[in-house]
Design a binder for this molecule. Structure first.
Ligand SMILES: *Cc1c(COP(=O)(O)O)cnc(C)c1O
Length: 425
């Protein structure tokens, strides 16, 4: 004992040196929050003060950052996806194609608008929706495709746009993990009919909880606005100080999915630091790709025509010969012990995830046939399954360190792989 692996009592690769913190408040964030605190305006439903709301300011800034015409901030990424689906007319009984490998919200939001998620296999290298499999899954009931840019990859947007166009389907681009990424020079989130973002604690742009839906289509933007603010929209004319700025049009019934003024103010501050942080993460990931590649790992790839990656998570596949002797979750625990950094397998396929169980909620059990249709049974998507068994990932905050941090990560993998016979099945 005492030699070999931290898991078995040896000194770990990484001593007491901490990893970069997350989230990191940007310059001006504290002042902006205090400003809202004393502004008598904590919500977009508060009486008009004569100034634009913080929500409106952030919406304009984020739309300009992305190069899109309309942005509606929302309470979460989940809320953004629900409003996007409903804005595109998805509803009862419609089928929506979603990638099998994603966060639970990709499936729960489709159920949330009373539609049926159809899980589709992913590409083995990018882990994003496989375009051929997506096209093969289209039926006369299909209404939309939700594409997810996963961890650090962009999906094949050229192919998916073409498929959606050919079949008259809405394309929703879930960019919850891709703020600032570029495809053919344009920002992720601007390729679908609607792009959605999450500003959850974990994401690269964060206000703790939050989200946004963006679009170039003014009709969709108006629908999204109604859907997120209980059927109200911002008045086109100055409302007058002390008067409500939201107009009850009754055009389209909505729900309350609004972002608070505190979160909007925080996001405006955080947005000013996004490009700098993305660049650091990107540079460190390039170094790590090289170091882990030398050990036989295969870093996640992105689609052709990606011009700039955003790292929400770093992901790489373990070598086949290692996987034949040791399960990836055991390697993940051993590397975690070396680094004091949470390294884990990527998402389970949604149909096999403990987080996907429509039968546990009576609201989804419309009829026995419906329950069978939305149930996880019947799926076995081999690429998603193999990815879940071979790829490991860790959070982007570790990529905000320096080259010596990347060398620690590579050294931990080297040591664990060298001692893998002690971990064998
Ligand atoms: C985080 C995330 C969501 C959900 O966002 P929330 O803000 O947590 O509701 C949806 N899709 C993907 C791909 C995500 O990573």
């Amino acid at each position: 004992m005492g030699t070999g692996l931290a898991m078995h009592g040896a000194a770990p690769v990484r001593g007491a040196r901490p990893w970069p913190p997350w989230p990191q408040p940007a310059a001006g964030a504290g002042a902006a929050l205090l400003d809202v605190l004393h502004s008598e305006r904590w919500s977009i439903a508060s009486p008009c003060t004569g100034e634009p709301t913080r929500e409106q300011r952030f919406a304009d800034e984020f739309a300009a950052y992305l190069g899109t015409s309309h942005c509606v901030p929302t309470a979460s990424g989940t809320a953004a996806l629900m409003t996007a689906l409903e804005a595109c007319g998805v509803g009862a009984g419609d089928e929506v194609i979603v990638p099998a490998l994603s966060w639970a919200a990709s499936a729960s939001t489709v159920l949330g608008v009373n539609a049926v998620p159809i899980f589709v296999d992913v590409d083995p290298h990018t882990l994003c929706l496989n375009q051929a499999a997506a096209e093969a899954a289209i039926t006369s009931a299909t209404k939309a495709i939700v594409v997810v840019h996963l961890y650090s990859a962009l999906a094949d947007l050229d192919a998916l746009q073409a498929i959606a166009g050919r079949h008259g389907l809405a394309l929703i681009e879930d960019s919850a993990q891709a703020h600032g990424a570029r495809y053919r020079g344009l920002k992720a989130g601007t390729f679908g009919d609607v792009g959605t973002f999450s500003m959850h604690h974990t994401k690269v742009l964060s206000s703790g909880e939050g989200g946004a839906a963006v679009t170039d289509n003014p009709n969709l933007a108006r629908r999204i606005e109604h859907l997120h603010a209980d059927g109200r929209v911002r008045s086109a004319d100055f409302a007058g100080v002390g008067m409500p700025e939201l107009v009850e049009t009754g055009e389209l019934m909505g729900s309350n999915r609004c972002l608070s003024e505190f979160q909007s103010a925080l996001l405006s501050a955080q947005l000013t630091d996004l490009d700098r942080q993305n660049a650091i993460r990107r540079a460190n990931a390039v170094l790590l790709d090289e170091l882990l590649g030398e050990l036989g790992l295969s870093p996640q790839r992105t689609s052709p025509h990606t011009t700039e990656r955003t790292y929400f998570g770093y992901a790489a596949a373990l070598p086949d010969d290692v996987l034949r002797t040791v399960p990836s979750d055991v390697i993940a625990r051993a590397v975690t012990a070396e680094l004091g950094l949470h390294v884990r397998p990527v998402y389970q396929p949604l149909y096999a995830s403990p987080l996907y169980d429509p039968s546990s909620r009576p609201r989804f059990a419309i009829s026995p046939e419906h329950l069978k249709q939305i149930g996880p049974g019947g799926y076995d998507l081999p690429v998603a399954r193999q990815a879940a068994e071979s790829f490991l990932t860790f959070h982007h905050s570790a990529l905000l360190g320096d080259a010596s941090d990347m060398r620690d990560i590579a050294e931990a993998f080297r040591r664990v792989l060298a001692h893998r016979s002690r971990l064998a099945r």
